[in-house]
Design a protein around this ligand. Structure first.
Ligand code: HEC
Length: 177
């Protein structure tokens, strides 16, 4: 009995060791990725504005782009259509309440990040940075969070204060702007 379990242990150990060896080998597929390749995907924009690219756009510029590329789904002036509205939203009182940009999103920079990486829905990442700044400005202006003529860029956007910024329990306050 003792011998058998010792043998079992030896077999297990051998299998484990050979599995480790197999794991250490690579299949030699693909090619090394260059910093330039990574940069194209490294498009995070953080709440303090780091990662925002050069460029600038006004609500008026954004209104024109919105009519052409967004209103079919989000409705005229962001009021909602086939897809969610981008304007308005009652203060959140219950967990199931409708969450909108104005009543939920804590940081304005997220709007830039989200539009740039995800919209328009059928063609994500097709917008220029200028267009994304303009659309961000337009949506913030429709929500009366900035003035009608305020341009959004890497300097101004992080300064826009969102109504629900303090509505979250912050796990790491030291790391939040
Ligand atoms: C074909 C339809 C379609 C078009 C066109 C479209 N969107 Fe969207 N949009 C969606 C869908 C669907 C969602 C929800 C995605 C999800 O929840 O994952 C969404 C979500 C959003 C959100 C997040 C809203 C929220 O409160 O969570 C924003 C902001 C947004 N879109 C902006 C835009 C802008 C700006 C454009 C034009 C450049 C645009 N969208 C074009 C379908 C569309």
């Amino acid at each position: 009995m003792y011998t058998r379990s010792l043998l079992g242990f030896a077999v297990t150990l051998t299998l484990a060791l050979s599995a480790r060896v197999a794991f250490a080998q690579t299949p030699n597929l693909g090619k090394p990725i260059s910093p330039a390749d990574i940069a194209a995907w490294d498009i995070n924009v953080l709440p303090d504005g780091s990662g925002l690219p050069p460029g600038s756009g006004t609500p008026a510029d954004g209104a024109r782009i919105y009519a052409a590329k967004c209103s079919a789904c989000h409705g005229p002036e962001g009021k909602g259509g086939v897809n969610g509205r981008l304007v308005g939203g009652d203060p959140i009182k219950i967990i199931d309440a409708e969450k909108t940009i104005a009543n939920f999103w804590p940081f304005a920079t997220t709007l830039f990040d989200y539009i740039r990486r995800a919209m328009p829905w059928p063609k994500p990442r097709s917008l220029t940075n200028e267009e994304v700044y303009a659309l961000t400005a337009y949506i913030l202006s429709l929500n009366k969070l900035i003035g009608e003529n305020d341009a959004m860029n890497a300097q101004t956007l992080p300064k826009v204060r969102m109504p629900n910024q303090d509505g979250f329990i912050v796990r790491f306050p030291d790391r939040t702007p």
